[in-house]
Design a protein around this ligand. Structure first.
Ligand code: UD1
Ligand code: CA
Length: 451
């Protein structure tokens, strides 16, 4: 493979009006990540030295959201959308002197694979301009790739094509790879004398050929070049994405009890022999290690589940949940920003947030870490081997020591030293026969009323 440095230009200035949305199109999500991030992730195989995102419609929001995902991005604004060549030209200030290749990608085309981009990079060894094409089932309004033998002669937009050119089914995906200086040189010669009055990036192929340069098409499956224009296409893309993630997980040795009910995020990592029950939803940033088990109906996000840990059924792990080896989280339990050390157990109906639970500690049913005072969040620590009685309220900030216990129903407002038992409830008294008497009184009252 060619080892030239690579820069990416991601086109993301278009409005996407057919989404019928206030959210800029490239920020609509598949697998919990914006479309634009999918497009960039695949290109990471090329180890780009720079990535320039061309923004326009909703630029402030697009830049803010994408920068959060990737702080290495550079943004260039295209204030008027005068066509794809004009869009790429906005990267000239940043990449005009770049020594290496640029790859143009679309922010609304999330599925172009790393393999395909690598094949394009290889094709660059023998061609000055490389275009990614696909054989379209319905060529419609795609640009057509006009070839002669192995040479790509030009790209004609559907609007400008002759009937003969329109009969070509080899279409332009939009992905183009070319030396940086060459592409900006070619772009400065692109005009807008065409059916749309736009500066077409596609014109650089004909210009390159006229100047004696070579051009070639690399092809891929149409599924990879799928562009998102409508909500229906977004939904179909989500379905396709989930299908691929499920197939990958199964192939990697993950057990999915009912694969079609497991929902993945773009970055979900499941170890070999992890066991995933039916109806489990993964938000972003989840790692489940080899051999861990997630039972039915769990929702996980921003968490790490170690080997031998068991979660669910019906559990929720929120960002910052860290389950060490053999930890257990049972039904109707929510864990947020909390570590459960080795073998710790929270088996029923509990909320553990902003906490550290020591190794082997047992948290009884109904325990709540009261971490929020309405303004600030506070931490709770529970020592190794501690036993927290059912329905304990831990008013944070508070520390419960190693091997300490709390009685059921205790409201812990002060630290509990190692090995101590905390009790904070009223001593029980039994009133002889009072229950029966009370009932008789109440029933008599009701009879009188009903009469
Ligand atoms: C483009 C190609 C066409 C190809 C098709 C594949 C051109 C002239 N045509 O057509 O050959 O078959 O994609 O989907 O390149 N954009 C900007 N600024 C602009 C114009 C576009 O950022 O001024 C962005 C859009 O947001 C979009 C991408 O570039 O992500 C493609 O633009 P679009 O208008 O959808 O191009 P098509 O007409 O579909
Ligand atoms: Ca398009």
């Amino acid at each position: 493979m060619s080892s030239k440095p690579v820069a990416l230009i991601l086109l993301a200035a278009g409005q996407g009006s057919r989404m019928n949305s206030d959210l800029p199109k490239v920020l609509h999500q598949i697998g919990a990540a914006p479309l634009a991030i999918h497009a960039l992730r695949a290109a990471s195989v090329l180890e780009p030295e720079k990535t320039v995102v061309i923004t326009g419609h909703g630029a402030d929001e697009v830049e803010k959201v994408l920068a959060k995902h990737d702080d290495q991005l550079t943004f260039a604004r295209q204030t008027e959308q005068n066509g794809t060549a004009h869009a790429v030209d906005q990267a000239r200030d940043v990449l005009g002197d770049f020594e290496g290749d640029v790859v143009v990608l679309y922010g609304d085309t999330p599925f172009v694979s790393g393999d395909t981009l690598e094949r394009m990079a290889e094709a660059r060894d023998t061609a000055d301009v490389v275009v990614l094409g696909f054989d379209a089932a319905d060529p419609g309004r795609y640009g057509r790739l006009i070839t002669k033998g192995d040479t790509l002669e030009k790209i004609v937009e559907a609007k400008d094509a002759s009937p003969e050119e329109l009969s070509v089914t080899l279409c332009n995906s939009g992905v183009i790879m070319c030396d940086a200086r060459t592409i900006f040189d070619l772009i400065s010669r692109v005009g807008n004398d065409n059916a749309s009055g736009e500066y077409y990036l596609t014109d650089i192929v004909g210009l390159a050929r006229a100047g004696g340069m070579s051009a070639a098409a690399v092809t891929c499956d149409e599924a990879e070049t799928l562009g998102i224009n409508t909500r229906a296409e977004l939904a179909a893309a989500e379905t396709a994405f989930q299908a691929r993630m499920r197939a990958d997980a199964l192939e990697n040795g993950v057990s999915l009890a009912q694969p079609e009910t497991t929902y993945f995020a773009y970055d979900t990592v499941l170890g070999r022999d992890a066991v995933i029950g039916p109806n489990v939803v993964f938000g972003s940033d989840v790692t489940v290690e080899s051999g861990a088990e997630i039972k039915a109906f769990c929702h996980l996000e921003g968490c790490h589940v170690s080997q031998g840990a068991v979660v669910g059924p019906f559990a929720r792990l929120r960002p910052g949940a860290e389950l060490e080896e053999g930890a257990k989280v049972g039904n109707f339990v929510e864990i947020k920003n909390a570590t459960l050390a080795e073998g710790a157990k929270v088996n029923h109906l509990s909320y553990v947030g902003d906490a550290h639970v020591g190794a082997g500690a047992n948290i009884g049913a109904g325990t709540i870490t009261c971490n929020y005072d309405g303004v600030f969040k506070h931490r709770t620590t529970i020592g190794a081997g501690a036993f927290i009685g059912s329905n304990t309220l831990l008013i944070a900030p508070v520390d419960v020591g190693a091997d300490a216990m709390t009685g059921s129903g205790t409201v812990v407002t002060e630290d509990v030293p190692d090995g101590d038992l905390a009790l904070s409830r009223v001593r029980q008294t039994n009133k002889t026969g009072l229950a029966r008497k009370l009932m008789q009184m109440l029933r008599a009252k009701k009879m009188k009323k009903d009469a």
